[in-house]
Design a protein around this ligand. Sequence first.
Ligand code: SF4
Ligand code: SF4
Length: 314
Amino acid sequence: MSDTMDLRKAVIQSLQDAGADIVRFGNVERFSDPCLKKLMPEVRTVIAAAFRQLRGSRRGIEEGTTYYQYTTMSVENLEEVVMPMALHQACGVLEMAGFEALPQRRNLLVMAENDGTNPEVDYTEIYRGIPQENHLDFEQCAIDAGLGERGLSGSILTDEFGPCIRWVFILTDAELEPDPVAVPHLCDKCGACIAACPGKALSADGKRDNWQCSVYYNGANRSKNPFMPPDAFADDPERLAIIAGEAELTPERAREVLDQIVFYPPIKHAYRSSICGKACDTACYIHLEETGKLTRKFKTPFRKRPEWKLSVED
Ligand code: SF4
Ligand code: SF4
């Protein structure tokens, strides 16, 4: 077996030992993101590693009980602990073989847009106006690497876990055999992701309004937030519309509403506790499971009872 095949196997093994569920290799020529060459002009191969979000981490939100597992385990822990460790180890394997390896994890606190936001983090902690050409397009690179396809919601859908993954990349000057790009076959445009959003943050074509999403990711819809106290938004003139998920919020108004959301302790690293639990992705997962498209099977379906909703009037 050639040295590069041995190295490829060693990188896969290293990533899997560190918890990766899907590993894909792509030759740089097939990637459309020009940022790759800016970050590493000699890059030959892009390696993508996806990590499952445990299905059970969504159980508390599904049942309306405890909510922190999703954000701590399936966002913060993956982003801040599991994936950096995996990157460090796998990059070490490449560098021990004499190749340079550039780890790429998302930086959720920087963005190009001057008035953009990221629902997963505290909007006041974001550094805006950082040129986009210095940041990978994580979604497009995931597709080009062969991890999966883009669903209507914008989430990357995989055969194994649907949209319930987080992922990282390694850029290397090692030339390693590529995997094929995935042929889209999962998203059937069912619209379940759009219908599931508690704040109408996804338009009919799946475009996400990130400020609207931030407000409802953080739990502004009373019907899906068991932690909201009776006097929430008491002085807000749009109180009823907000808690009913009907308010159409400008970025300025969204910030005002977010400043009133103090119902649940924040996660460190500026992460905000997800109250919607990415209901768009959960609905997609349920749909893909129901239609038999997921290759990773469970003994019981995720949704076991009719979805609960609290009364907005009470
Ligand atoms: S819920 Fe349906 S429309 Fe939305 S991304 Fe999933 S498969 Fe596509
Ligand atoms: S379900 Fe949650 S994460 Fe998805 S678009 Fe709506 S608010 Fe945002």
